[in-house]
Design a protein around this ligand. Structure first.
Ligand code: SF4
Ligand code: SF4
Ligand SMILES: [Zn+2]
Length: 256
């Protein structure tokens, strides 16, 4: 089979030398920048092709399913390092102190902000499918939680309002006793093997609201007319896990 080698830059149409022809684009930084969407689309197509191929080998006869993907956390579980344990304990004590001693001065206290949902509506955000697909991903976005888990005095203030009968020490203890012994390496201190070790009502609004772009796109696709999907969890370009979604429910998961 002969490969057609492009003669012109696909952006500016100037003639390409042999080296440039391999990528089909000239060396101009402007052309390289304008080419990013093309490269992303190519990468996306290659990932979707890999998912289709893998899913047909796992579920023969399921080729009518469409494919989509979410990110994948692939970090191993390890003991929460002592230094990080100390850091989160210190942070909790500090924000609880700030929240309880600065009630009148709310402007100076960091508030509990919401995060992007990438266009997902309130009712779509409540679909059980989202939780199932985040489980398939195993919490890639939690790597951003670090040693503070997006917890600010504003979160503690909300918890104090929701649980007015609890003393401030009891609220502090709820957080401290949730710190897991084991977590995903390098991820948020609360990111345990079973998911977030912090009860939902104690988490920041960022944690409770955030929906990544890939998850948002996948939910919109699965909610459409074609509701049978194979959804993959993908790390870079490597497919890690596959799930069959029928009628908005995850039916089976395969580890690749
Ligand atoms: S929001 Fe996205 S990155 Fe975060 S856990 Fe869910 S699927 Fe993974
Ligand atoms: S607190 Fe929980 S949801 Fe938030 S980043 Fe940490 S592990 Fe993820
Ligand atoms: Zn060019």
């Amino acid at each position: 089979m002969s490969v057609i080698v492009p003669k012109q830059c696909r952006v500016c149409k100037t003639e390409l030398n042999r080296h440039e022809a391999i990528r089909g684009i000239c060396m101009s930084p402007d052309c390289r920048r304008s080419d990013i969407p093309f490269q992303l689309a190519k990468r996306e197509q290659s990932i979707l092709a890999d998912i289709t191929q893998l899913s047909s080998s796992f579920w023969s006869g399921q080729l009518s399913h469409k494919v989509a993907y979410v990110p994948a956390n692939t970090q191993p579980i390890e003991a929460l390092p002592e230094q990080r344990q100390k850091a989160i304990c210190k942070h909790i004590v500090e924000i609880v102190h700030l929240a309880s001693s600065d009630k009148e001065n709310q402007l100076d206290t960091p508030v509990d902000r919401t995060a992007t949902r990438n266009g997902i509506s309130e009712s779509q955000a409540r679909l059980p499918l989202l939780g199932s697909l985040c489980s398939l991903c195993e919490g890639y976005c939690c790597s951003l939680g670090g040693d503070t888990a997006f917890l600010v005095p504003g979160v503690i203030r909300r918890v104090m309002e929701l649980q007015p009968d609890l003393t401030i020490e009891q609220i502090e203890n709820q957080y401290l006793s949730s710190i897991p012994e084991q977590h995903y390496r390098g991820s948020c201190v609360f990111h345990a093997a079973s998911g977030c070790a912090l009860p939902r009502e104690l988490r920041s609004r960022v944690c409770n609201d955030f929906i990544c772009e890939k998850l948002a796109n996948t939910v919109v696709k699965c909610e459409g007319f074609e509701s049978q999907y194979v959804v993959a969890a993908v790390d870079g370009q490597r497919v890690e896990r596959l799930a069959k979604v029928d009628g908005m429910e995850v039916h089976s998961v395969k580890i690749v």
